[in-house]
Structure formats: structure tokens, C-alpha cells
Ligand binder design. Structure first.
Ligand code: HCA
Ligand code: CU
Length: 460
């Protein structure tokens, strides 16, 4: 049965400019446990006292997942892993010629001794041990087999076959994993595939086919350079394509969004599974198919992720898509009117990049000559803002007061630091205002609440 080790908290925190707080790490670990990942690599305790504390706190949660601490081959690191209460230590030591010569200044024989000694030491402390030959895919294969078997003999029950530089291709990786499986003493094989050529998940899936047991992931594919396989892509690919049903798909969007918020590392719109456009359809041919039967252009139902499909209206749009959008607003038009509306939309789309629903309704109003009062005007909304911990709340307040549409600003206690009342003409202005406020330096997170009805207090 395929296993997943998620290393958002270790490899993911190696993403340039990303650091998590201890509380954020705990929240991430809980969400990972809800998804049901088999192992959580919680950090390398030698990196900093906070990393060590986070591992300790996560270990104390007694989650279902096994908690792994990463460590270089040094007794001090292994001792820290033990002190954190981790179930397992993952000891890494590079094995490729270039790493041994240029970085570690060790011979192959010295490396074997160091690895076996530290694996045995960790075992003597009662820790389960994974050994990772870093840069394994550029390591002489015969040496790789020797070094891994030495680690297994010393007590490691897992080997992480690390494609540290992401240089593998699925067919080659398949053969390597198959050969490694055949030559290793009994152990589980993890696959740690970097995504430098965009092949990480494909390599991982090929490796699982070849007999490996576990694939490493991070939320949103974070990690050194271009990262490693994305958790959501991995879970959904294994679920839909390989029939692996043991993971809970529902929190995948939540954890992806949470990571975007706390890391400031945002997804490209075309990112598979979790990207904004993953279930958006644009051309007339596609949207027409989707409206008749979504299976025409959707590889799977977005509802399995709690997502909805979206039909983009612009110059590529066909009649059926426009009609369905007008239906959503309860606007009924004749076939002749619809044709004119579509022509105007196409003309407008030729000139402008993005069409909003208000534009479409405005066109429908012009064409039908009827007033279609479906879009709310004069909107009041309450914006809740969380401020970055290192930024003064008052400096954000000052900036907010500079926006003409912001009518009142309050510093508050609780989950958010500031609430602001805004008054805008329509939804587009509200969207634009929120976008602008989000770019204010120090604003970490916003939540918008639309005012449905306003009442005055008794003394007003
Ligand atoms: C690194 C180490 C590692 C380790 C992978 C693992 C890699 O180079 O930062 O322990 O499974 O990519 O080799 O992330
Ligand atoms: Cu890595």
C-alpha cells in the first residue's frame, strides 16, 4: 500500500524566504493528520531551537502519523531528535562522488563507516531509523547498494532514494528503483524526488510502480529550488489514477490555502488540482461541452475537492455559456437577444482583458432595453485584517485611513487585529479595494463580510 511522507515542515521550510511559527507548524501537522499522511517529517532539530520545540510539540500531539526528525550524521543531531520525542530519525549523508569529494572530503569507505556508526547510535537510543543517501541518483550504483545495505545492517528499516537534483526521468527512475529493490536487504523504500525538470511526481509514481513504498511530498510543492511533489497532486493522482483511497481529500484545499497565507508563496493559476484555473473553461467549444456534460472536458469532478467549475466569459465564449451565466442571475432573454449579447461580448472581449459579470449584465440591459437590477449597488462591507507579527498595527491603520472608501477603522482584539468598514459602489469596486488593501505592507490575511442590513442603535 502506497505511503506518503509529508515534509512541508522540513523540506517545505527550506523554500527560499519561508519560515513558519511553531503554532503554524502545529496547525499544519494537524491538517496533515486529517488528510491521513503516514509520516510527517517535522524538521531538523539542529537547525534552531524553535525548530526543535516545534518537533517536540508536534510529537506530543500523539497524531496518527509517525513523526520524523531529520538529521545530519552527527550524534548531537540524533540526540536532539531523541530529545524531541520523534518516533524516527532520518539520517542523511551524501554518497555521490561530487558530494563526497567537494563537500564532505571523505572516501567511500569512510562514508560507509560514518553512516553505519550513526545509524547504530540512533538505534541504540531506541529510535527508528531511515537512512537517506543524499544525491543517490548521481551515486555509483554498486556503491549505493553497499552503503544502503550497511545502513540496513546497522538497523535502518527505511532507505530514502533521493533524487536531490531532480535529474531523473520516469523510465530511468523506474529501472533504478526496481534494481535497488532487488539488491537491498529487507527494508522500505521512500522516494524523495525534486522537481527541477517538472518530473518529480511522474518519477515518484514510476518508482512506486517499480516497488518502492513511500513518496515524499510538501504542500503546494514547496522546497529547495523548485520543490518536490505537491501533496494535493500526489493524493489526487494516486486516488484517481491508481485507486489509492486511504487519504481524505477534503482538507487538501484548506491546507493549500493555509500554506499560501502563512508562507506568502502563492500558486500559479495553472497549477494542477489546487490552482485557480484548474476547473475553469473558456473556449466556446469547451464550455458548450461542459454545460452539456462536464465529463467532456473535466478529468474528474472538482466536487471531490469541494471546488466548483468556472466558466470564463469573454471573446472565446459561445451562446450556451452566456445563457447559463444569465440564468444564474434569473435573466431571461430571447434567442435573438442572446445572439446580439454574445456578439457584443466578443467585441468587448477583443478590447479588454477581463469581463466581469456586471459587464455582461450591462450588455444584456442595453440589448433587451430592460433594467435588470440584479447586481447590488452601494455595498457596505466589514473587512477583518490580520497584521504580520513584526509590523505595528497602527502603521497599517494609518494606511487604511488613506483609502477614500474606508469609512471607519477599529483596532480590535481576537483572531484579527483590525476591522474596517468600507462603502463601495458595486462588487467590482469591492474586489478592487480588497486587492489593494491586501497589498498594504504588513497585511497578512483579510476576511470580508458583506453587510446585508444595517440597523441603528436605540440612542441614534
Ligand atoms: C537536502 C536533503 C534532502 C534529503 C531527502 C531525504 C535531499 O539535500 O536538503 O532525507 O529523504 O533532497 O536529498 O532533502
Ligand atoms: Cu530534498
Amino acid at each position: 500500500m502506497t505511503e506518503i511522507l509529508d515534509t512541508t515542515l522540513r523540506e517545505g521550510e527550506q523554500t527560499p524566504y519561508v519560515n513558519f511559527t511553531i503554532d503554524e507548524k502545529i496547525h499544519i501537522a494537524r491538517l496533515l493528520d486529517q488528510i491521513g499522511v503516514d509520516m510527517i517529517e517535522a524538521g531538523d532539530p539542529s537547525v534552531s531551537p524553535n525548530v526543535a520545540t516545534a518537533i517536540q510539540r508536534i510529537s506530543a500531539l500523539k497524531l496518527k502519523a509517525e513523526i520524523v526528525a531529520h538529521s545530519i550524521a552527527a550524534r548531537s543531531g540524533i540526540d536532539k531528535a531523541k530529545a524531541c520525542g520523534a518516533n524516527r530519525v532520518a539520517i542523511f549523508y551524501a554518497t555521490s562522488k561530487i558530494h563526497l569529494d567537494a563537500k564532505l572530503h571523505k572516501t567511500q569507505e569512510q562514508a560507509i563507516d560514518i553512516i553505519a556508526e550513526h545509524v547504530a547510535y540512533a538505534r541504540s537510543l531506541g529510535l527508528k531509523v531511515r537512512y537517506t543517501p543524499e544525491d543517490a541518483t548521481r551515486t555509483d550504483f554498486e556503491f549505493l547498494v553497499r552503503v544502503c545495505n550497511a545502513a540496513i545492517e546497522a538497523g535502518a528499516d527505511r532507505i530514502s532514494f533521493a533524487d536531490t537534483l531532480g535529474i531523473m526521468q520516469p523510465h530511468i527512475f523506474y529501472e533504478r528503483v526496481r534494481d535497488l529493490r532487488a539488491r537491498l536487504l529487507p527494508c522500505k523504500i521512500d522516494l524523495h524526488c525534486h522537481d527541477d525538470y517538472g518530473l518529480a511526481l511522474a518519477n515518484g509514481m514510476a518508482g512506486i510502480r517499480a516497488g518502492a513504498d513511500c513518496i515524499h511530498t510538501t504542500v503546494n510543492g514547496m522546497g529547495e529550488r523548485t520543490g518536490i511533489p505537491d501533496l494535493a497532486e500526489t493524493v489526487v493522482a494516486f486516488h484517481n489514477l491508481e485507486g489509492v483511497e486511504k487519504y481524505n481529500l477534503e482538507p487538501l484545499m484548506t491546507i493549500s490555502n493555509y500554506l499560501e497565507n502563512v508562507s506568502g508563496f502563492f500558486l500559479a493559476p495553472n497549477k494542477p488540482i489546487t490552482g485557480q484555473n484548474a476547473f475553469s473553461h473558456k473556449s466556446g467549444v469547451h464550455t458548450n461541452g461542459i454545460l452539456k456534460d462536464p465529463r467532456t472536458y473535466e478529468p474528474f469532478d472538482p466536487a471531490i475537492l469541494g471546488r466548483e467549475r468556472k466558466i470564463v466569459i469573454d471573446k472565446y465564449t459561445g451562446k450556451r455559456a452566456v445563457q447559463s451565466r444569465l440564468d444564474e442571475y434569473g435573466i431571461v432573454v430571447s434567442e435573438a437577444e442572446l445572439e446580439v449579447i454574445v456578439t457584443r461580448i466578443k467585441n468587448m472581449g477583443d478590447q479588454r482583458k477581463q469581463l466581469f459579470d456586471t459587464d455582461i449584465i450591462e450588455i444584456a440591459e442595453q440589448v433587451t432595453g430592460r433594467e435588470l437590477d440584479v447586481i447590488p449597488h452601494d455595498i457596505n462591507a466589514l473587512l477583518m485584517l490580520e497584521v504580520e507579527s513584526h509590523v505595528y498595527t497602527t502603521s497599517v491603520v494609518r494606511r487604511l485611513r488613506g483609502f477614500t472608501n474606508v469609512t471607519q477603522v477599529y483596532e480590535i482584539t481576537g483572531d484579527y487585529d483590525i476591522s474596517a468598514f468600507v462603502n463601495v459602489e458595486n462588487m467590482i469596486s469591492l474586489n478592487n479595494l480588497i486587492e489593494e488593501i491586501r497589498t498594504v505592507q504588513g497585511v497578512k490575511r483579510t476576511e470580508t463580510r458583506m453587510v446585508l442590513k444595517k440597523y441603528n442603535g436605540n440612542n441614534k
